[in-house]
Design a protein around this ligand. Structure first.
Ligand code: M6R
Length: 608
């Protein structure tokens, strides 16, 4: 959840690290710090608050030097404070450490270190790392880190510098992501690629358990058993611009507007010259499918909500029963998994620890893993048997938008492919559905043309204590995603209800003026949805409906209506999601919240 950048070279480490951390603020932003070797002495500054607090300070008090590490934090152990910020240093300030992850056995390690006379300045688990290193260091930094990994347990990406080893940096990774950037007379470490794009496009990904030793001239990767590993570098082919705001006020708005392109790319890049879906990295044959008796879809947050839509599509097209589950629950409920189970996992980042843990549990029991992810080479991709990459491009805003609609697109494609392989749909239906999917990007563009109108709705709901989303069938799944989006960035308490379930209890919550956002995008359930809208309206709700443009009669029952272009029911979630994203965006904006970095959250959730 935190962001790490390290530099060893000839340039200003301060500049490289600050530039890199700026690109990693999505990983954590409650404090930031830096440690640089200046004239043989480690100088470190760290502050609670956004990265700008640190960079403003360093503007006035620069640190020179060409070796250093930096960190943006998302607090786990210990509240955000200057003391709990990274880097952590040993008593003599000869060793500095940054860490992303959780050291699970830190309590016992801390007790042992205190017994040996070490004094702790912070409440973090990370501080044990630096004191442990201090206690085992004998002049060789790499050797000390190797010994360290035998003592600590948990998820970590760690970067270390030591004033007694000038011109060297050592890093190690287990579960938490870490990449190495390769330059000319300079090398880097970082939690994610965008941090390094200004300086290099040549990167290597560290595998779990691997350690890396870096000097300006050389990078050496070691396996868990300390054998040298030959790792192919790869060249990043996307540009810095696609990972920056490109004229929009916030990444979230930019990413909402990128959806037509992202959906188009996700679809078209996987259609062959005959317009058929080609799933190159998915090798499920008819025989494989016949053996499958159980399909789970497992993910977290927005990716889970996309999975709920995927369930409908796979059940409808391929007639295979599917059970969706939240990754953090799945692994602890002893699900029925064997060699005939297919586990479909969805993760934008490909690094979500709960999702990875579900993969590992299912794999251990023999399941086949098919993942949908946005990040090439991510842990989820590498640990799966089959991978479907979405083509959303980097998603930076914490609130997921284009990842969601491309995940749904991917799930439709997988469902159609499975169905055709199984023979549960005709070729005519298959091509007809693909043709209708090709129209989705243009239909999303039409919704976005009226994006500004949604500002008025945001004005109406911004002061509400709570709000509700209603829907039936697929609209209920969209309601769940809409509610998550609104609550996570506007901080308005928002719940999603299955509209038919209202009368069983929840309608008691409706009072005069309660905002209710009713999604009425399913033709087959439209009449029933109108009745549910009347039920809440009769109890004083302020109703904002999202409906297909041919359904004008809904205006009579609603205070406001947002229209989306007409589309088949099964594809409607791609369109109805867009107004919900805009409602959340503008409400957060009007309330003066930090849209891209909502409180208490981080983009990449690499802790349990
Ligand atoms: O990277 P992932 O798709 O695995 O992330 C899963 C969730 O943490 C993520 O979708 C989260 O719910 C978003 N902040 C919601 O907007």
């Amino acid at each position: 959840m935190c962001g790490i950048v390290g530099y060893v070279g000839k340039e200003s480490a301060q500049e490289v690290i600050l530039q890199g951390l700026e690109k990693l603020e999505y990983r954590g932003y409650d404090s930031a710090g830096i440690a640089i070797l200046e004239d043989g002495v480690i100088k470190s500054d760290k502050f609670k608050g956004r990265l700008s607090v640190l960079s403003d300070y360093l503007n006035d008090h620069p640190i020179s030097g060409s070796l250093g590490i930096g960190h943006t934090r998302w607090a786990t152990h210990g509240a955000p404070s200057d003391e709990n910020s990274h880097p952590h240093l040993n008593k003599e300030s000869t060793i500095a450490v940054v860490h992303n992850g959780i050291i699970e056995n830190y309590v016992s390690l801390k007790e042992e270190l205190i017994a040996k006379g070490y004094e702790f300045k912070s409440q973090t688990d990370t501080e044990v790392i630096v004191h442990l290193l201090d206690s085992i260091y004998e002049g060789d930094l790499l050797e000390a880190v190797n010994k360290l990994t035998k003592l600590i347990r948990g998820a970590y990406a760690i970067g270390v510098v030591c004033s007694k080893n000038p011109g060297e940096m050592v890093a190690v990774r287990n579960e938490s992501p870490l990449i190495v950037g390769l330059g000319k007379d300079e090398n880097f470490i970082a939690s994610d690629i965008p941090a390094l794009l200004k300086y290099t496009r040549d990167v290597c990904i560290l595998e779990n358990g691997e350690t890396v030793h870096l000097t300006p001239e050389k990078v050496t990767i070691y396996s868990k058993d300390h054998e040298i590993v030959q790792r192919e570098k790869f060249t990043v082919d996307w540009d810095v611009e696609s990972a920056s705001k490109g004229g929009y006020d916030y990444f979230m708005l930019k990413e909402i507007h990128e959806q037509p392109t992202a959906i188009r790319e996700t679809l078209l890049r996987r259609l062959d010259e005959n317009g058929k879906i080609k799933l190159d990295d998915i090798k499920l044959t008819k025989e494989d499918l016949e053996k499958i008796t159980k399909v789970y879809i497992v993910a977290c947050g927005t990716a889970y909500n996309a999975g709920l839509i995927g369930r409908y599509a796979i059940e409808k097209f391929a007639q295979i029963p599917v059970e969706p589950d939240i990754a953090s629950e799945f692994r602890y409920r002893e699900p029925f998994i064997d060699q005939n189970t297919l586990l479909i996992v969805i993760s934008q980042s490909g690094e979500t620890l709960d999702t990875l843990a579900a993969i590992r549990e299912a794999k251990r029991k023999g399941a086949r893993i098919l993942s949908i992810t946005n990040v090439v080479g991510s842990s989820v991709a590498r640990e799966s048997d089959d991978v479907f990459y979405t083509w959303a491009g980097p998603e930076v805003a914490v609130a997921s938008t284009k990842a969601y609609t491309t995940q749904i697109t991917a799930l439709y494609m997988i469902a159609l492919d499975l169905a055709l392989t199984k023979g549960t749909i005709t070729e005519e239906f298959y091509f007809d559905t693909i043709n209708k999917m090709k129209e989705l990007p243009e239909k999303v563009e039409r919704i976005l043309e009226n994006a500004e109108d949604i500002k008025k709705i945001a004005e109406d709901i911004k002061d509400s204590q709570s709000a509700f989303y209603l829907g039936r069938g697929l609209d209920y799944q969209t309601a769940m995603e809409g509610a998550l989006k609104l609550k996570e960035i506007s901080y308005i308490h928002t719940e999603a209800f299955a509209a038919g379930e209202l009368k069983h209890g929840t309608i008691a919550l409706i009072e005069d003026g309660t905002p209710v956002i009713a999604i009425a995008g399913q033709e087959s359930l439209y009449e029933k949805m109108l009745s549910n809208i009347q039920e809440v309206k009769a109890r004083g709700a302020y109703v904002i409906s999202i409906a297909k443009e041919s359904k004008k009669e809904i205006e009579a029952q609603s205070d406001r209506v947002i229209y989306v272009p007409d589309v088949d029911d099964i594809l409607a979630p791609v369109l109805t999601a867009v107004p919900t994203q805009l409602i959340a965006y503008y409400t957060s904006l009007i309330k003066g919240n930090d849209v891209d970095k909502p409180r208490n959250l981080a983009k990449s959730v690499t802790v349990e």
